[in-house]
Design a protein around this ligand. Structure first.
Ligand code: NAP
Length: 330
């Protein structure tokens, strides 16, 4: 049986006439979808490219306040220490290696000779109570205006959870979760008393997008995201800004990526974007990371999960091949 276009259209029209409110309903649905798309796009453009960030002056820059940076001897933390010193904060730098911390202090002296610096050697995976007491002793006499919870560790390379060593998973949770909570609970109460302070928690796209084969790291960053957003709601009325800094790849020892690209900035460019766009809640400050985040939010979650899993399988395959090559050379 053949149906002409004319008779098909009249049959559709007849069915629409049978449901009197259908054309109106479709128009409302179309208008709402368009309005949602337009407002989503405008809010994305505003928050990523237009909205001015909160000024560091609000947190005591150049007025004697300190910035405490964990994981300050390398990568993103090192750059936070340098840029916050340049902005006029005295800086307390914490990490495991005294020589690396001293090198950062020397770099700070070159760009911000007027600020004071302190270093504190600590292994956040295994610090005992005496070490935490010593840290408290360093913090008590100073006014901390900014806390950057930057320290973070990931898996040596992508591995299924069942094959992850107990030591590795304890280190990841100990550093990324427990130590971050403990440092924050040493510093936040004094910020609340002064009604002033900025807490930056370094997140990761792995916290928003479940990452197979980095499952413990991914879960620890999901914890940071949820905790930060809840803490932000608690502390905003008390005058404290809590920001969860959401990030995709940055060149560093952890990412094992050396060459920057459009989507992978250097720590210097990345930290500059963070400090220019300070705001409470979850922020994706680097412009191309925000585009990646928007694309991931629009894609079906199962497709993102499958893509991320295949990326990790590929990374593991290359890491194992490199390990085998190195073993042959020995
Ligand atoms: N780079 C990326 O692509 C990327 C992407 C998403 C999120 N992030 C997040 O950004 C943050 C910084 O990453 P990054 O790439 O800058 O890492 P990184 O270059 O490996 O630097 C890590 C820093 O943490 C310190 N650290 C490591 N383990 C420690 C421990 N147990 N106790 C005390 N300090 C320790 C290291 O110094 P010592 O070795 O001297 O102790 C170093 O200063 C992390 O939270 C990470 O999850 C990074």
């Amino acid at each position: 049986m053949t149906l002409s276009l004319g008779s098909l259209l009249s049959s559709v029209q007849a069915q629409m006439d049978a449901i009197p409110y259908l054309p109106f309903g479709l128009q409302v649905f179309g208008a709402l979808s368009l309005a949602t798309a337009i407002s989503g796009t405008l809010s994305f453009v505003f928050s990523n490219f237009v909205r001015p960030g909160i000024s560091l002056k609000k947190f005591g820059a150049s007025k004697g306040a300190w910035a405490v940076v964990t994981g300050a001897s390398d990568g993103i933390g090192r750059e936070f220490a340098i840029q916050l010193a340049r902005a006029g904060f005295n800086v307390l730098l914490a990490a495991r290696n005294q020589a690396k911390l001293d090198a950062v202090v020397a770099d700070i002296a070159k760009v911000a000779s007027a600020v004071q610096t302190k270093t504190f050697v600590i292994d956040f995976a295994s610090a005992d109570d005496a070490k935490w007491e010593a840290l408290l002793g360093e913090l008590k006499p100073i006014e901390v205006g900014v806390l950057v919870n930057c320290v973070g560790v990931s898996h040596e390379f992508p591995t299924d959870f069942v094959d992850t060593s107990e030591e590795e998973l304890n280190t990841i949770v100990g550093v990324n979760v427990s130590a971050t909570l403990r440092v924050t609970s040493l510093i936040a109460p004094a910020m609340v008393s002064r009604k002033k302070g900025l807490i930056l928690n370094m997140g990761s796209f792995a916290g928003a997008s479940p990452t197979p084969m980095l499952a413990v790291y991914s879960g620890s960053k999901a914890f940071l995201r949820t905790w930060s957003d809840a803490l932000s709601a608690e502390l905003t009325p008390k005058g404290i800004t809590v920001e969860h800094v959401n990030t995709y790849f940055v060149t560093s020892a952890m990412s094992k990526i050396r060459r920057p690209s459009l989507f992978i900035p250097t720590p210097k460019a990345f930290v500059r974007s963070v400090l220019a766009k300070l705001a409470p809640g979850t922020v994706t400050p680097y412009w191309s990371h925000a585009l990646v985040g928007a694309a991931m939010a629009l894609a079906p979650p199962q497709a993102v999960l499958g893509y991320v899993h295949s990326l990790q399988k590929d990374t593991r395959r290359r890491a194992l091949a490199k390990r085998a090559r190195l073993a042959k050379q020995e």
